[in-house]
Design a protein around this ligand. Sequence first.
Ligand SMILES: [Zn+2]
Length: 662
Amino acid sequence: MGMTTSTSSFRSAYLAALADRVLVYDGAMGTNIQRYHLTPEDFGGKALEGCNDNLVLTRPDVIQEIHESFLAVGCDVVETCTFQSTPRRLAEWGLLDKAHDLNVKAAQIARAACDKFATSERPRFVAGSMGPTGMLPSSTDPVLSNVTFEELAQNYCAQAMALVEGGVDVLLVETSQDILEVKAAVVGIERAFAELGRRVALQVQVTLDVSGRMLLGTDIASAMTTLESLHVDVIGLNCSTGPEHMREPIRFLSEHATLPLSVIPNAGLPLNTGTGDAIYPLEPAPMADALGEFVRDFGVRIVGGCCGTTPEHLAAIVARIGELRSVESTAAGEPREPRLPMVSSAMRATSLRQTPPPLIVGERVNAQGSRRVKRFLLAEDYESIVEVGREQVDSGAHVLDVCVAVTERSDEAEQMSQVVKLLSMGVEAPLMIDSTEADVVAAALEHVPGRAIVNSINMENGRKRIESIVPLVKKHGAAVVALTIDEIGMAKTRERKLEVARKIYDIAVGEYGLAPEDLLYDALTFTLATGDAEWIDSAAETIEGIRLIKRELPGVGTILGVSNVSFGLTTEARSVLNSVFLHHCVQAGLDAAIVNPAHIRPYAEISTEERAVADDLVFNRRPDALQKFIEYFSATPDAGGSTAVAPPPPPPPPPKRIRRPA
Ligand SMILES: [Zn+2]
């Protein structure tokens, strides 16, 4: 089973200390090693000159001395000298076979240094440093992205296992450049915890440039959304800039993140001296002042120094934090407001609870509903699909539904991967992965540099689909659409919709540990265009089903593929019926709508007459409601003053899996 161990039963002295007081990390490893002016022999030979991580084997005394120099000035935490010690990076130095020993040894050296300074009142902690592999999996660069998610996960898994074996208190994924690599790192680390049968704290720090974005454009809201969905313990920033450029991102995190925050800046923005060695200009006192402000004003719980910081910097920081400790308690520790559920793309985050509602999910990047997209997929013309995505966003879509299933091809997973990758780099909207196949969902999630939504689960075959999809949702921190379908069929009445929703909730939340907010219930829409007595109340039942689900299952979201309601009607009639129906659904609590945003008219622009004939149909108020509705639009082809000149879209397929009860 894919259920992960509950973190609530997990005890960490490190996290307990963090809850109790602000912790100060050490300063730079690299720039302090430079102070020793080591020879090629110290590094283990000419070919290894500059490979700091190998010093734990060749000059452990130097590494331990640097750790101790920081502990001596009062630091609480030291980072192992393992920034480059993923197997992949070590292989570049020809040290692949030493990967395990080197990580274990580095942790032991740091542990030994800490043991010299720790007291029962004041434990000292070892953070296992895990830097980037140097690859950029979410980029479109053919060389830098030539690595699989699984390969990255395995690298971090291997490093994590050795660091934990060596005795670290916390694993520190740091200086992260590509949020997709971070996702892979967390998946790998979770695997290590599962294999070891125990876990340590997990802290993830990203690196932002002076504009507040990660290397590939990820903003702080997006990084935060992705990291919090992965259930790490601490999130923060390190490296790249000095503290001043971190102020606004830290302010943002202090207002929106639910996890403890860490800030480990460089000693200012590096100045290029032209000699190859960068100079870090920020003096100890102003650095300590800035970090003190972050602790006092933004509730930051971990501070420390990255590149260019010396024991003198850390002494000043320790003193400054000590003064704050002796004053009264800071903003820290105050519970933050529960955060609204968000999703994220490589660029930005989007709330699943829009104000005003609903969240618009663009439906056109869909091979099942668009002949154009299907044609592009058959021709492998992915750039044109990205263009369709852009059009949807320009028309108002907040999120893009992506479905690439075409019966003529058998490589849905491969096509999905390609499309997701290009959409992620080319369109700012987060993605909804729409597939019935678990392997396609898995492939897609391994290419999403953010928090996606998976479309969808249901109980048509009992628990089967939940068991294949929800572990993927959990592993990748995604949200998921849940259709109210079970073994009996598609739920038609409000009571049945709630009954099926509750069954899914009990498994997804109760057994798999998803948060209620991770679920988006689709209470199903059926066309009103047939006039069939069996479906004549279906719109009203859907509206009431949404209301019931929102009331009885607090925290969950709701979503609806709105345009099915008008399937079979003329374009103008569809636009009005879709918009009026959407309005009533939103009034009942609908959070998200899957629509073509270009074909939704604002409710306020729909005339009283149009609303009246549409309402009669939606609420089944008179036996001739459908007839009147059709007549209205055939008599007044320009009703509503629509100026749309675009040709009507091809009709979507009729709702799948409709079953007539026997
Ligand atoms: Zn740095």
